[in-house]
Design a protein around this ligand. Structure first.
Ligand code: PLP
Length: 429
């Protein structure tokens, strides 16, 4: 097996195998692991469903489309980009994929070895795993700081770029998964400065760009990148939300400024050509849905809902002992980190069912199990709440990721109160 293949793990789904074993023993599971709003009960408004069902009736919807993606949609998205007033693009700068996961996989796959992309830690693992698999090595990361609003440690980034000549690009995830942080403009400008100094390109994963709340706005790559080459990534999975559409796209900026960057973009286009094209139906729905006057209201309403959940979680967990807690301002995840030294071998939560107790003791046996995974297993076994350990997000920190997707506010309050009580019980055990 290729060495890098070891890096291809996805704990967000991996943890489900453990939860399924508990389910088989009769435990009810509250799913806080995966960022699928639909799985958590979100529904599309009927006007959006009507647009999609009208398209389903049209014969043309069933054909292949242009290998870069439907032209009308690319023109629509280029126009929206240009209205932001930053770097201007046209339809030819946009390339569609089968979900953003497909775009992420291809970008790293087609980077010329030994080129590396440095990305955030904790990391959304599709990026870090794909990058590491390409490099046959561990991911190269810069730190996000839980003691400073989860903002990136820009000195750490600078030094790592400076001392690693293989780094050709920097990944920004904004708003961020798994921390729910949104980067202020001053930090984004610093990314650009570093890229310019070391002749790098930027990748901005902006799948959550329109999911911000409680007064925060996120800046999109063309609004700050200037003349540096870069790729912005976007998709339908989160905002609409329509994750099963498998529809995402990239926007290329300043291709003409760097021949090697331009070659990477051309390779990505060619790779789509040999596949023929990406999913057409979601693509053709984009101008109709996002161009509809009701769309902005729909987003605002969604953001108000998530913003309210963010406040509720903050009210509950903000005062929990032994953790670093940051209230989120974008996306729909939060990462809770345990303070140094508070996690120890041997800590537990009370479990009534002896079969469940034996199972979790098997899972946590031995010192290779990271201490946050241990807590996560106990939380799931004792309380039926399934979260993801942060050590699985390419991080040395110890904590866990939750989602802000619970629709029912009473259930949300109950889940997070249980998490708070469990933290206290576990740390005092
Ligand atoms: C930051 C980020 N990028 C990309 C993706 C992948 O999205 P898609 O469903 O389009 O593959 C996700 C999904 O959770 C994500 O959180």
């Amino acid at each position: 097996m290729r060495t890098g293949a070891d890096e291809l793990s996805y704990e967000i789904r991996g943890i489900v195998k453990k939860a399924d074993q508990l389910k088989a023993l009769g435990k009810n599971i509250t799913w806080e692991n995966i960022g699928d709003p639909v799985q958590k009960g979100a529904t599309l408004p009927s006007w959006i469903k009507n647009i999609i069902s009208d398209l389903v009736q049209q014969d043309d919807s069933y054909s292949y489309c242009h290998s870069k993606g439907e032209l009308k949609t690319r023109e629509f998205l280029a126009d929206r980009n240009n209205k932001l007033g930053g770097v201007q693009i046209d339809a030819e700068d946009i390339l569609f994929f089968n979900g953003l996961g497909d775009a992420i996989g291809k970008i790293y796959q087609y980077l010329v070895p030994p080129a590396r992309i440095i990305g955030p830690s904790p990391a959304y693992s599709t990026h870090s795993s794909s990058e590491a698999a390409h490099a046959n090595d561990h991911p190269i990361t810069y730190k996000l700081d839980p003691q400073n609003n989860w903002y990136p440690d820009m000195d750490d980034l600078y030094l790592k770029v400076k001392h690693n000549p293989n780094v050709v690009g920097i990944l920004i995830i904004n708003p961020d998964n798994p921390t729910g942080m949104v980067y202020p403009k001053s930090i984004l400008d610093r990314f650009v400065e570093i890229a310019r100094e070391f002749d790098l390109f930027l990748i901005s994963d902006e799948i959550y760009i329109n999911i911000t709340y409680n007064g925060t706005q996120a800046f999109s790559l063309p609004q700050y990148i200037g003349d540096v080459p870069g790729i912005a990534m976007k998709g339908l999975s989160k905002e609409l939300p329509w994750p099963g559409s498998r529809c995402g796209w990239t926007k290329f900026y300043n291709r003409e400024k760097d021949a090697e960057f331009d070659a990477l973009c051309t390779t990505l286009e060619n790779s789509k050509m040999i596949e023929v094209c990406s999913t057409k139906l979601p693509q053709i729905s984009i101008p109709e849905i996002m161009g509809d006057s009701r769309y902005e209201d729909y987003l605002e309403q969604n953001n108000r809902t998530i913003g309210k959940r963010s406040e509720i979680i903050s009210d509950i967990l903000g005062s929990a002992p032994g953790i670093y807690f940051n209230q989120t301002s974008g996306a729909f995840y939060n990462t809770i980190v345990f303070k140094e030294e508070v996690l120890k071998e041997g800590q537990t939560l009370a479990i009534d069912d002896p079969k469940v107790k034996i199972l979790v003791e098997e899972w946590t046996e031995g010192s290779e199990v990271p201490l946050d995974k241990r807590f996560v297993y106990y939380l799931m076994a004792a309380k039926g709440i399934c979260v993801v350990p942060i050590s699985s997000f390419c991080s040395d920190l110890r904590g866990f990721r939750v989602t802000l997707l619970e629709n029912d506010l009473d259930t949300l309050r109950k889940t997070f109160t249980t998490i708070k009580e469990s933290i206290i019980e576990y740390l005092n055990s």
